[in-house]
Design a protein around this ligand. Structure first.
Ligand code: SF4
Length: 427
């Protein structure tokens, strides 16, 4: 571990109104309490508290955007370095995971189905199993984790962590049906007919968003989400051009370098990347290059064709006159600047949207205006008793956001199954 967690814990001021927790953490992890217990040699209690608040604490300690969340809000960061909260949380969660005492409530005789074993599905399955429900998880892949396993590279999130979660979930009595897609031969109605009291859909966002330019179907063009699923089967060649500048683009770039690519360049439309600072810095350290103000026009067999972008002075003046935020200079395409950049492979990394297998199969499931699964404020879909959260509802978002929403939805599924509220879901 690169950061000395004891020194870091000793630097914490135990703020009475902790900004790290209140302003910074989407799931309001009790960070000062975690640190206090850790310093009092009560690490297992700290781990227990972390898991109860966030079953994916160990994962979030590795993959969250800490610089914008807990660490970005730590009061120590105002005049110096913030506490390295993520390292402390990781140390505690990782060291104690196997020793966590999970005490499920007595079996209540009710079954619930979870479709998709990504962050949302794992969260719901664990919480409902602890409440005494019999849970079956249906997963199209052979192993659990969803985007955590098949979309985040090993060097950011070791897959062994997900295997440990699988073991822990089995200990809770959760059953898995791997390699099985709901929405094919079996639909949600089959689950309800078989006596599942409630169904949760957490199937994620796996369909790559297209650029919408000519050439996207060529043999040297790949989508980030497909590549990250199994990088070993791709022959990218020496020069890789990446279009898109979020965390997935950084993951692809760093993975390509680890698989032998000699020149990996990320082409950014604007002046800055949308990836987190940490991921951006790691990508640069790994040798990834960045080219800014490049607008993709089309893709050819020899590589992508870009136009240059330049400041849009007219738009800037208009924004200034309106008193709008002009921190980001508006850009426009500069005419007659088309140029081909030779590349062996082109990787498109501009986010994902949900697959529509279940929605196509279940005509009663409504979609929202963005084409994602529509839910009411309680996470219930247009089918009574069928709930959803995570990327399938919001489009691709963060792991911690999926966990935070799923926690609430697990409570609402519980209320629904206990008959404390009806299925009057109007969307
Ligand atoms: Fe500790 Fe920083 Fe949180 Fe204050 S804001 S409790 S110093 S981690």
């Amino acid at each position: 571990m690169s950061v000395h967690v004891i020194d870091e814990a000793n630097r914490c001021l135990q703020c009475p109104n902790p900004r790290c927790r209140e302003n910074g953490c989407p799931i309001h992890t009790n960070i000062p309490e975690m640190i206090r217990l850790f310093k009092e040699n009560r690490m297992l209690e700290a781990a227990q508290m972390l898991f109860e608040n966030n079953p994916l604490s160990m994962v979030c300690s590795l993959v969250c955007n800490h610089e914008n969340q807990c660490e970005g809000n730590c009061v120590r960061g105002i005049k110096g370095e913030p506490i390295h909260i993520s390292s402390i949380e990781n140390y505690i969660s990782d060291s104690c995971f196997e020793r966590l005492e999970l005490k499920p409530a007595p079996a209540n005789g009710m079954k619930a189905a979870v479709i998709g074993a990504g962050p949302a599905g794992i969260t719901i399955a664990i919480i409902l199993a602890l409440k005494g429900y019999s849970i079956t998880v249906f997963e199209t892949h052979d192993k659990i984790g969803g985007i955590l396993r098949y979309g985040i590279p090993e060097f950011r999130l070791p897959k062994s962590i997900l295997d440990r979660y699988c073991k822990k979930m089995r200990e809770l009595g959760i059953k898995f049906r791997p390699n099985f897609a709901i929405g094919g031969s079996t639909g949600i109605q089959d689950l309800l007919n078989d006596g599942y009291k409630s169904v949760f859909i957490g199937t994620g966002a796996w369909k790559p968003r297209k650029l919408g330019v000519p050439g996207e179907t060529f043999g040297n063009v790949f989508y980030a989400i497909n590549y990250l699923n199994n990088p070993d089967v791709y022959e990218l060649g020496d020069k890789v051009a990446i279009i898109g500048a979020g965390n997935a683009a950084m993951d692809v770039a760093r993975t390509a370098i680890r698989h032998g690519a000699k020149e990996v360049v990320v082409y950014v439309r604007g002046d800055e990347v949308s990836a987190s600072k940490a991921e951006f810095e790691y990508a640069k350290v790994d040798g990834v290059k960045f080219e800014y103000r490049k607008a993709i026009v089309r893709i050819e067999d020899e590589g992508p064709v870009f136009c240059d972008m330049v400041p849009d002075e007219e738009k800037l003046a208009q924004l200034e006159a309106e008193g709008a935020d002009t921190q980001k200079t508006p850009l426009k395409v500069l005419a007659d600047t088309e140029h081909l950049i030779p590349a062996d492979s082109i990787m498109i990394a501009i986010s994902q949207v949900p697959q529509d297998r279940i929605v196509t199969h279940e005509k009663e499931l409504k979609l929202n205006e963005k084409g994602n699964l529509a839910t009411d404020s309680k996470g219930e879909t247009s089918l009574p008793g069928v709930f959803a959260s995570g990327d399938v509802v919001t489009g691709a978002k963060t792991v911690v956001a999926a966990v935070a929403v799923s926690k609430q939805i697990a409570e609402d599924m519980d209320r629904y199954m206990m008959g404390q509220r009806g299925g009057s879901n109007v969307i």
